[in-house]
Structure formats: structure tokens, C-alpha cells
Design a protein around this ligand. Structure first.
Ligand code: SF4
Length: 332
């Protein structure tokens, strides 16, 4: 008897970002680059998670709307295409809070309290009171973001895998109570960003060490030229070790193989100076960012709500179908 091949499940990709300001090269390396590949191969949903921003910015949400705009412009500028992917604003999907409420009924409190990022973030953001139900529930809200649109594949960095495990547990719990409604989502590990910040620490807006995707050519130059280099290169004639220099880490992401080899050898032998090395990097970064800036400038002329409207509608239709099934199964 011939073995029937198992039907291959279609990958529905779901990911999102909290709108906390303009995006930087760390976002490009850690997420957007992978999203572009996925966009070409799968059905993708990309959410600008403004309710998530509210979990930490609830006391002063005045900047969130503008941040939504900035994130959208950055996405479009790097090539996220609303004709190929469903690009939407989380708060436009009113089915999300309904499903969140239903899951809140079954989510064990202790399980949410054990999410490592819950404690970490409370310590990091000690300037505000995060002893709130909303903040405790934000990993559950992430679960809902994924499953409400039928997402089964979630591109994440290693530090987010715990959240996808939680999503699977919550889905299993729901399915046990109310029948087989949801598919358990799986993480798709994205390559770790190798890019440090300008000061060698992790690239982060809060450290003020970023290059934004929207930075002008002049700003890029002003940020790169004073960058710290390998401490061994006190004088032009001192050889250095490129692996100990954040400038070299940037070269590895934005320069050609031959330039990387040239910089590597030139640094070790002191054949090139740090300023020459940085000038090569500035040119390459600006070559990469120029088309991004051009596309951004074009989209800046368009109303953000108009850009998001088709994606909001498609996400809402999909979420509506999910909720129809859910209401039937929960009998409410
Ligand atoms: S030559 Fe380049 S890689 Fe070497 S220390 Fe200077 S800036 Fe860094």
C-alpha cells in the first residue's frame, strides 16, 4: 500500500513591534531582514503593537501615535510591502481584547509571574510602577496577537522563546477546555544581531548608541567618526585587533567580503588608520541607507491611516472568523 504524504501545513507568520520610536540598525539585523525573506515565501501578519506600548507607557501615552507612524514608515522604507503582507495596527483589531479576556479567565497567575522578562523589565524600568494587571498580562496579549489571526510561525530571537512556550501552553489549556480550536504556534529562531551599539554595548535607544534607519548621511558620519575603536590603537602606527573594535562589527554587516578582509589585515598591520577605516564604513552604511531614506521620503507624504487601512481590514476579517469559532466553542 502506498504511504499517503502528510499534507504540509501552510506557514502563517505573525510578528510585531512595540512602537517606541524610530527603528535602528539593530531592528534591521535582528528582525526586519528576516521578515523580508519571510514576506517573499509565506503569508505574513505584521502588527504595530500599540497596546503593548501602553503596558509600560500608560502614564503618558502621548507619543505612541507618532511612534506608530515612525515604525510604519521604517517598515515600508526597508521593503515591508502591505500588498504582500498584512500590515496593521494592533488597536484596530477589537477582537484582540475579547479573546484576551477569555484567555485571562484560564491563564494561571503563577505562570505569568514566572515569565523571566516580567521580573527583568520591572527592574530595568524602575522609574515607573509596573505592578499592574496589564503589564503582568502582556505575554498573554502576545499569545492572542499570534493566534487571533491564525499565526503558527513566530520569528523571534532566543530571548523571546519563553513567550512562545507560554503561548503553546495557553493554547493547549484552551483546547482542553473548549475543543480543538487553535494550532500551537512555533518559534522560528532569527539570527542573533551581531551589531553592537556605537559604544560597543548592545544597540539600544535607551543607551543613545544607535544609528536609526532614518538618519541622514551627515548624521551617520557624525555618529561613526567619534566611535571608540580598539584601545591598542593609540597611535596611527599601533596595530590593533579588529575583533575587539565595534567599527569592525559594523563592517561585518555592511561591507563587502574584500573590504572586510582589507580592513582586517590593515588594522592588524597598522596599514590603515582608524579614520580611513571609518570612512569606508560611512560610505557603505550610507549606500545601504540611501534607498531606505528615499522610500521613506516617498511614504512620508501619504497619510498613515490610509496606509494601514487595508491591513487593518484584512487582519480584522481574519480575527472575526477566529472569534466566531471561539464564541461557539465557549458557548457565550
Ligand atoms: S582600523 Fe578599523 S577595525 Fe581597526 S581599530 Fe581602527 S576602526 Fe577598529
Amino acid at each position: 500500500m502506498q504511504n499517503k504524504a502528510k499534507p504540509v501545513k501552510k506557514r502563517i507568520v505573525m510578528s510585531g513591534m512595540r512602537p517606541t520610536g524610530p527603528l535602528h540598525l539593530g531592528h534591521w539585523e535582528g528582525a526586519l531582514q528576516s521578515w523580508l525573506k519571510l514576506q517573499a515565501e509565506c503569508d505574513c501578519y505584521f502588527s504595530i503593537a500599540d497596546w503593548h506600548a501602553l503596558t509600560t507607557e500608560y502614564a503618558d501615552p502621548s507619543a505612541i501615535r507618532e511612534h506608530v507612524r515612525q515604525v510604519l514608515l521604517d517598515w515600508l522604507a526597508v521593503g515591508i510591502d502591505p500588498e504582500k503582507s498584512v500590515v496593521f495596527r494592533q488597536s484596530a483589531i477589537k477582537e484582540i481584547p475579547e479573546l484576551f479576556l477569555l484567555f485571562a479567565m484560564i491563564a494561571p497567575l503563577g505562570r505569568l509571574e514566572r515569565v523571566p522578562t516580567f521580573k527583568e523589565q520591572k527592574t530595568q524600568l524602575s522609574d515607573r510602577d509596573l505592578n499592574t494587571f496589564g503589564f503582568l498580562g502582556y505575554p498573554l496579549l502576545q499569545t492572542i496577537d499570534i493566534i487571533v489571526v491564525g499565526g503558527n510561525t513566530v520569528p523571534v530571537g532566543e530571548d523571546q522563546v519563553f513567550h512562545i512556550e507560554l503561548a503553546r501552553e495557553m493554547v493547549r489549556r484552551f483546547n482542553q477546555f473548549y475543543g480543538d480550536v487553535f494550532e500551537e504556534p512555533m518559534e522560528l529562531l532569527t539570527p542573533q544581531s551581531r551589531l553592537p551599539g556605537l559604544d560597543g554595548r548592545k544597540m539600544s535607544k535607551s543607551y543613545g548608541n544607535v544609528i536609526n534607519l532614518s538618519d541622514s548621511a551627515e548624521t551617520v558620519k557624525k555618529k561613526i567618526l567619534p566611535m571608540k575603536t580598539d584601545v591598542r590603537r593609540q597611535r596611527r602606527s599601533d596595530p590593533g585587533i579588529p575583533q575587539d573594535c565595534p567599527v569592525f562589527a559594523f563592517h561585518k554587516s555592511f561591507s563587502s567580503a574584500s573590504e572586510i578582509a582589507e580592513v582586517d589585515a590593515g588594522c592588524r598591520s597598522a596599514a590603515i588608520g582608524c579614520i580611513d577605516c571609518k570612512r569606508i564604513l560611512i560610505a557603505n552604511l550610507n549606500r545601504f541607507l540611501e534607498p531606505v531614506r528615499e522610500r521613506r521620503a516617498w511614504f512620508e507624504k501619504v497619510n498613515v491611516d490610509d496606509l494601514l487601512a487595508p491591513g487593518n481590514l484584512r487582519a480584522r476579517e481574519r480575527a472575526g472568523r477566529t472569534l466566531e469559532v471561539v464564541r461557539k466553542q465557549v458557548k457565550i
